[in-house]
Each structure stands twice: as C-alpha cells, then as structure tokens.
Design a protein around this ligand. Structure first.
Ligand SMILES: [Zn+2]
Length: 478
C-alpha cells in the first residue's frame, strides 16, 4: 500500500457522496503522526514482501525472498521474538496464509519465502500465543516436494488449539493456552476472500484483530505485541483491480478501528503504527485528463477474480452458447456498463473483440497476474473500468514508491521524520526499552538515532504498543 492507495480510497469514499470532490478520511489517516518510509531491500531497489517483512520485523535489510535471515542466511532475531523473551504475549496475524512472507518474517527463519512447510513448523519453535490467517499452503509437503508429517498434529502436540472460523474461536478461546485461528474447512487456505466478494459467513480481518486482542489480553495482562497484515491490498494491486483495492484498504481501516478501541482504553500505554511493506502496481490517480471518476467503481460488484469465476459459471450455465446480448446484460449487472453509465465505441469494441475471441472462437487465453488467473473477458472489463474511472497502473509488480506511516499513542512522535523501513522497528523497540528503563518515571531527551532525538514525556506503568501496516498491522503492548 503506497500513498496513492490510501489517497485513492479516501477520494473514492468522497465521490460516493453524490460525486463530491475531496476526501472522506479513513480512521488511520487521522492519527496525529504521519510520515513516509523508504522500502528498498539489501539487494534490490524494489523489495519483495519477504525482505520488507524482515526489515519491519528485525530492523535489518536482507535479500529479496529471505525470511528473517541475513545475506549470510543466518537467522536474525525479530521484534516479536524479543517481546516473547521479555515475557509479553505475542500475536501474528494476516488476511492471507499464515505461512505467507509478511507474517512468516515475524516468527520464522528460512532462506526462501516459498519454504511454506518449513515456515509453518517454525511457528511452533517461536512459540507465540496467537496466530491467524486464511490457512496453510503446504501442510504436508516440504520445499523439496517430499511428503512430511501433517502440520496440524504438530501444532496440537506443541500445545496449540486450532479454531476454524470466528464462532469456533469464541467456543474454544477460553480454555486455550495458545491458539491458531484459520478459516473453516473447505475455504481457500491461501487467503480470506476480498472484502468486495465477502459472504456473511466469511472470516474478516476485523474479527481476526478482535480475536487477537481478546486472546492476548486475557488473564494476567503484562502487555502484548501484535502484527496484523491486510495482505490482499497487495494482491489486488498485483491484479491492477482498483475497486477491489479501495474496498480492501477500507476493510483494513475497519480492522484498525478495533485496535483503536483498545488504544482508547489504554491511551498512555498503547502505540499503534500503520505502515506498508511496499507499494504495488504504481497506481496513478488521474490518467491525463485532470479528472477522476472513481464513483464509477461502485458499480463493480466483485473483484476481477470474482468476475472471472462468474464468467466461467455463465459459460457453463449457457452450455458454452453465450450470446453478445447475454454478455452485455451480464457486464451491465457486474460492472455497470451501459446500465449505469455509457461506454465509448472503442471500449465496446474492446469487449466485443474479446467476446468474439473467447466465446465465439473459444480461444480462451487466461490473463495471469501474481496471485490470480482470470478469464480474458474479466481482464478486458477491468481495463475498461480503469479507463472510465481514470485510474492507471504502471506494472503488475511492486515499486520503490514511498509508503505511508501513520502512528498514534505512546512514543508515536518518534515517527515524525522520513524513515527507512528497517528503522521503524528499531524505533518501536527503543520506545519500549526507554519505558522499561524509566520504570514508570517520565523519560526525557532520549536519542534513538541521531535523527530521533525527541523527548519522551509520558509515564506509563504498563506500556502497550500497537503497530499496524497495510500489509502489516503490528501491535505491541508491555
Ligand atoms: Zn506483492
């Protein structure tokens, strides 16, 4: 999530109010501290999520695809591990799979982000209190494709209670010592559904955040550290799917609201930091006409992935004999074309040409992006929607653009200057140590780095810190 993903969401929210020009602020953009961060990795100007996650979790830059190991492949201690050692409760959560790069960087140490089985086994070694996400990608296959003991019995032997879905969490949490919360059996373990595609029984990032804080604060509360990742903002950006991106940012804001409610109860002991591991897609707000038409995005009913699934269903339901009239009706319902707003002759031609290709001649070349493979008709419809909304994309990958940093709570003023991603966690830990050293006495004039010589002047007997990121919500309390 770069700065434009955030700004675009706020401008979209404003345009939904009768086309109002301006912004409808998200909660997290109203935090008192806002700055920006650089994200390059040790080996590439453009980072991947593994190297960026490692920088956020350890304060050290590494090569792309490394999971909290250095360039020498040796493990680097993470802030979450330090917190655990210090006797705090620790949670690591995400809207994608628990063994995905960003969450993994907080609890695992592996040379490659694709070592999903090995990463999942590391989860028990870290011995944190709470993990949550969609599920696990490789529950019984090692990186070198060998059969391995299923990880779920391994989790149970290590003392974890596995809850499947939000109601299951509620039923089991009271008696659980350590917990792993994933989706119900049968749902896609790679991720929670996009907010735009969500059904009423789907697990949400807000529910995960609520469960995490509930679990980490039960019993004798000595503070906690929690990382929450809204991982599918990145996925939707890889797919250049603007409507889905803005809905996903809004959904992360809903998860942040849960953390904010906790902060309001413990304002002097809690720090929330919202940031991102990198920008994705090089999104542009305005494609050369000094204008935006984001309100058109409201008529997109599903993500491009969801649209693609529906197009495949349409094929099946019509016995592969879909007419152009059927397709026009379908796109009118799903995207608002013709029904809610007119489209140009060129745009109609683009759709009609694709229809001839993939429905009449049956030459279906699926459009692939990092995390999805979609019907070509869905890809063309999304391109037309980009033209109508005037949103542009530079690539299907990451960029080196600044990411935003928003913070509220104890020590948040230390995030007031431009920062590098590797310094964020150093700053967080510094705040924590300063508070431990101060032992409840107000601390003054503490220099974290030469660029951070601000004054800490609060007096917490207990300290809780919450750090949140677009691809990551980190939360911390002592
Ligand atoms: Zn990505």
């Amino acid at each position: 999530m770069g700065v434009n993903q955030v700004n675009g969401t706020e401008m979209y929210q404003a345009e939904l109010q009768n086309g109002r020009i301006g912004v409808e602020p998200l909660l997290f953009t109203q935090f008192p501290v806002a700055t920006m961060a650089t994200t390059f990795s040790a080996t590439n100007s453009v980072t991947d999520s593994a190297a960026a996650g490692t920088a956020l979790a350890t304060g050290k830059k590494t090569y792309n695809s490394a999971i909290s190991v250095g360039e020498d492949k040796n493990p680097i201690e993470t802030v979450a591990e330090k917190a655990k050692k210090a006797g705090k409760k620790v949670g690591v959560t995400t809207s994608v799979s628990v063994d995905h790069a960003t969450p993994a960087a907080f609890y695992a140490h592996q040379a490659d982000r694709n070592m999903n089985y090995e990463i999942a086994v590391d989860l028990t070694k870290a011995n944190f209190d709470f993990y949550a996400g969609g599920g696990f990608l490789k529950p019984d296959k090692t990186y070198d494709k060998k059969d391995a003991p299923n990880i779920f019995p391994i989790f149970e032997e290590a003392g974890y209670t596995v809850a499947r879905g939000y109601s299951d969490y509620k039923a089991k949490s009271k008696d659980a010592g350590k917990m792993i919360l994933i989706q119900e059996e049968g749902k896609d373990p790679s991720c929670l559904p996009y907010a735009i595609d969500r059904k009423s029984d789907d697990l949400t990032l807000a529910q995960i955040t609520e469960s995490a804080i509930d679990f980490l604060t039960k019993g004798k509360n000595k503070g906690f550290f929690l990382m929450v990742e809204g991982g599918k903002i990145d996925w939707a950006c890889h797919g250049n799917d603007a409507a889905t991106v803005f809905n996903e940012v809004k959904d992360m804001d809903d998860a942040i609201k849960v953390a904010y409610e906790f902060y309001k109860k413990h304002p002097k002991e809690t720090l929330i930091v919202v940031t991102a591991d990198h920008e994705t897609g090089g999104i542009v707000l305005g494609t050369g006409k000094y204008a935006l038409n984001l309100k058109a995005l409201q008529y997109q009913k599903h993500s491009a992935d969801g649209l693609s699934r529906r197009i495949s269903e349409l094929r099946k339901s019509k016995g592969n004999k879909v007419t152009w009239e059927d397709m026009k009706e379908f796109l009118g319902e799903e995207m608002g074309f013709w029904k809610q707003f007119p489209i140009s002759w060129e745009q109609e031609k683009k759709l009609r040409d694709e229809f001839e290709q993939s429905f009449v001649r049956n030459k279906v070349v699926f459009a692939e992006s990092m995390y999805s493979k979609s019907e070509p008709m869905a890809a063309r419809a999304k391109e037309v929607m980009d033209q109508i909304s005037m949103v542009g994309w530079v690539s299907g990958g990451h960029s080196a653009g600044f990411v935003p940093v928003f913070a509220i709570g104890a020590g948040s003023h230390l995030f007031s200057e431009k920062i590098d991603n590797s310094l964020m966690v150093v700053t967080c830990w510094y705040i924590v140590e300063a508070l431990i050293i101060s032992n409840g006495v107000p601390v003054t004039s503490i220099a974290v780095y030469s660029s951070y010589s601000n004054t800490l002047c609060f007096n917490p007997s207990i300290f809780s810190m919450v750090v949140i990121s677009s691809t990551c919500l980190l939360s911390w309390s002592l």
